[in-house]
Design a binder for this molecule. Sequence first.
Ligand code: ZN
Length: 657
Amino acid sequence: MWRFAMHRFSSPLPDVQYADVDDAWNFMRTRRRAYRNSLECLRRAVDDWIRAPPLAFIVDLGDMIDQQCEAQGDSRECLDRVLKIFEPAAAVTPVQHLIGNHELYNFSRAECGALIPNITPWYRSFSPAAGWRVLVLDAYDMNAIENGGSQAVEEGLEFLGRHNPNDLRAPRGSVDVTKGLTGLQQRFVPMGGGIGERQLAWIRSELQDASALSERVVVLSHLPMHPAASTPSALLWNFDEALAEFGKAGQGTVVLVMAGHFHSGGYFWDSELGIHHVTLESPLHADPEDARAHCIVEVWPDRMELLGELDSDAIAWELRPRTRDEALQPYLPLTGVLKGLFNLLSRLFGVAVVPATDRGEAPLWHRSVRFYRVVDLKTRASIAGFYLDPFRSERKRDSGGDFWADVTLSYSALLGLGNTPRRPVAHIVGDLEPRLEKSKPTLLSFKQVRSLFRAMGQAVQELLTNQEVGLMAGTKGLEVDFAAFPPRFLELWAYDPATLRSFGGHFESGDPMPEEMIQGIVSSQAFHSGSRLLDEVSLAKIDLDLHSKEESHDITSSGGKGLTSFSGPFSSGYAAGYFIGLWADVLAADAFEAFQEAEGEPEIQELGLRFREAILAPGGGRAPVDAYRSFRGRSPRVAALLRRLGLSSGRPETKAS
Ligand SMILES: [Zn+2]
């Protein structure tokens, strides 16, 4: 574990913004700024940092002094006063200073470089502890405000001019430079700044190195880099380009972006990339009576904790486990995963999946398409069939690398021949990159394994139904929440250690999947599950509100993930039904837990057959609640899902694996 320190109400020490002036209202007159008090906050912070256990570094995120110093003509004195307070701490711990807009109002670049210790190179990286890298960014690489930096300003204005139609060369304050800017365009204002091409290329190469060395990366920037952790006008001009670089480095490389500048602060968890975007409040707004405006960040292998003076101030951010697909993929060859999946179907539902040997058995539309028969192990009868069409192709829609399934021909007594009902046929379609080298097998990501299992869960609803009324067979006539349950149930088996082992190991060496990798997959289910669950609940609630209340909805009220990025109720055909995903998760987790409680293999098989009989066979011809009760012997309970997500203790005995 290692630590670094910063101001609690701002970033490390972002935006001290000291000036020897009386307290005043901010521009919008929404908050009062205590200019002199911010110096007192810093003094107390430094006192504490000196006494704290060893710190790897201290951060000042920029804006140490306010632009008013320039007007008062005491820029140097103000800066000296702030730096003087840092001195005792700086004598024992490196202080990382970043440049903010207020430094540039007061001084030229060259002056900043000369006056502020160790602020150059303007962007730089260092390693505070083994396995960690910190990138210090220069958010004003491109800017339009630099005192005395005519060439830099020229370039900044040129960039801004492409995005902002107002007269940016007019004297500051004489023209409304925000006129006509809406939404995220509001960031294209002179107080902002951007990252130049050379710095972007440097970020790319730093992150490539970090990724290759499996290092975690903390990014420090004066300007916030995610719209959901900031107000639009405070964002880095080209935050999108920077985020794209973070994305290329892969999940779990950049884990934390700390920014200042936006005084109200903000937070957003980018679950896709695993990045916590933290914008710290400014000490300008600290209560003058309570100067405990600073904090220490403790960094552990699995989490970071922002520790305030009070226990209730503590905030913890989990770090995404490093289950890297590159390391995992060799254990997930398509053929091995299919073998494991078919084995699971046989184990659970008493059916064998047999590849069609006769090419004439079913018509095929492409040479990569396979047809399989489903044989009931008890009666030895072929009861259904399905196609597998796994590779990406022009003739298909793009499904983002995932699998999906649908029914080709549904089960029907009426449409059968003679006394034999029509046997159902389904298709499972994938979006896998076609193989480039014939000698190498197709390797899946774990996400693709999950989506294959989920698609199979949908297919078995069609394949194992025996509902004689064709219009009620399979998923036909079935309530949408209940229809979403078997796919999620089967997906849970992709996290089952025994299933993972059944994939047959490394495609080259045959070595079994390492235990720590299996444990990593199992524990990934609980990762950040609390936030994800809250997101889902709040989106489901918004969806229901939208469809049940007459008054208009405040689109800014739902936190970082507002309606602006939530298309569920409008585009997916699930209007007022967003909650069904969560409810299906409850059913899936509760059903899966029955298998974990089972005593040995015979009981698992018995349960599986009961699942087939009670849940899959009746299709839409039986009330879901009756179907579920006859499988589980009781109504569904929420506790199993909470246990699965690591949000509730008292996990039942796991005997299935
Ligand atoms: Zn600023």
